[in-house]
Design a protein around this ligand. Structure first.
Ligand code: TXA
Ligand code: MG
Length: 324
């Protein structure tokens, strides 16, 4: 028997369907997940290779940070730093269509790739019963962007997911049409003293959010929590200067390899696998930075598949001036 071309779409209420989804997620597979906003393409957020599959499936040209779905406030507080205002918003709207961007805890278990190497993290406790059931059964946070290919419309039905990302998910859970139909509102609460930022208008009205935390501001250039496209500096290592497309290191440089090489200080993927390279990218850059290297030479990365997103992030990181 040959494998089916598109994933099984299973009624989420069918006995065993939620458990099958949780099993697939724990095995590092992707699952089409109903939420009250839109359908998500979920992966185990603690598994960098699984997260890499999400970027690959969506064909994102860059690694935009993903929303991390958790069961409740307690689970969220294990990954992010909650100020009193963040706590108040979570208590007012969770579970529900609100995403909070807060400082990432240093001991967070979330894969660096899921937060695109940032020191902030987007967290949301979804209200949908099926999303909650899968989170409970999987017993781990789930990274889940909207389950559409990059640049396409967000899916509000299981059939949309099957059509758009059919071959990428192990399973699509069907729980009917999404109630909200638009994505969650994204609010940034990074700086204790700064205003709360409306990073993405969404399923909760601005007025309702402002009733809890006061006036929402639009992000400005200096804000740490901004739309991902504008985040260039935050993907950059603190210290090390990067040299791209290097076949080997100069004496003063560390070498970040790709593919079989004897030269590498660290290797994104000794086997030359782009998914593995994506999974390792931010963690390896950080490790070289923290090891104190001033300069890092980086091997050429093939342009195919996830290579485009890897190259895009490296180019951003390399073009940023070294801070003293
Ligand atoms: O309703 C939703 O939020 C859906 C469902 C599946 O939960 N998910 C969703 O995820 O829309 P996604 O990955 O398509 O949208 C992620 C958005 C980014 O556009 C960005 O605005 C924000 O979340 N975001 C995530 N992490 C961030 C961070 N560290 N800093 C600033 N913004 C962040
Ligand atoms: Mg989206």
């Amino acid at each position: 028997m040959s494998a089916p071309a598109s994933p099984p779409v299973r009624d989420a209420r069918e006995p065993g369907a939620v458990e099958a989804a949780a099993r697939a997620l724990r095995a590092g597979e992707l699952v089409g997940l109903p939420t009250e906003t839109v359908y998500g393409l979920a992966a185990d957020a603690t598994n960098a290779q699984a997260v890499a599959k999400v970027y690959e499936a969506k064909a994102r040209p860059s690694f935009n940070p993903l929303i991390i779905h958790v069961r409740d406030i307690a689970a969220a507080r294990r990954e992010g730093v909650f100020s009193p205002r963040a706590q108040a918003l979570a208590e007012a709207f969770w579970p529900g269509p609100l995403t909070l961007v807060v400082a990432r805890r240093p001991d967070s278990q979330i894969a660096a790739l899921a937060t695109a190497g940032l020191d902030t993290i987007a967290l949301r406790a979804p209200a949908h019963w099926a999303a909650q059931a899968v989170l409970a059964a999987a017993e781990r946070p789930l990274a889940a962007p909207s389950a559409n290919r990059s640049g396409r419309l967000s899916p509000t039905a299981a059939a949309h997911v099957a059509r758009d990302l059919g071959d990428k998910a192990a399973l699509v859970l069907d729980a009917g049409t999404s109630a909200c139909g638009v994505e969650s509102s994204v609010v940034g609460l990074i700086d204790e003293d700064g205003p709360a930022l409306l990073l993405r208008p969404g399923a909760i009205a601005r007025e309702d959010i402002e009733a809890v935390v006061g006036p929402l501001a639009a992000p400005t250039k200096g804000d740490r929590a901004r739309a991902p496209g504008a985040l260039a500096a935050h993907y950059a290592p603190r210290r090390a200067r990067l040299r791209l497309n290097a076949d080997r290191a100069q004496p003063h440089e560390a070498y970040l390899g790709f593919g079989p090489t004897l030269w590498a200080t660290l290797n994104l993927s000794p086997a030359g696998d782009l998914r593995e390279a994506a999974a390792n990218l931010f963690g390896h850059l950080r490790a070289l930075d923290e090891a104190g290297f001033d300069a890092v030479a980086i091997a050429p990365i093939p342009a195919a598949g996830l290579g485009e997103a890897i190259a895009e992030r490296l180019a951003r990181a390399a073009s940023v001036k070294v801070e003293s």
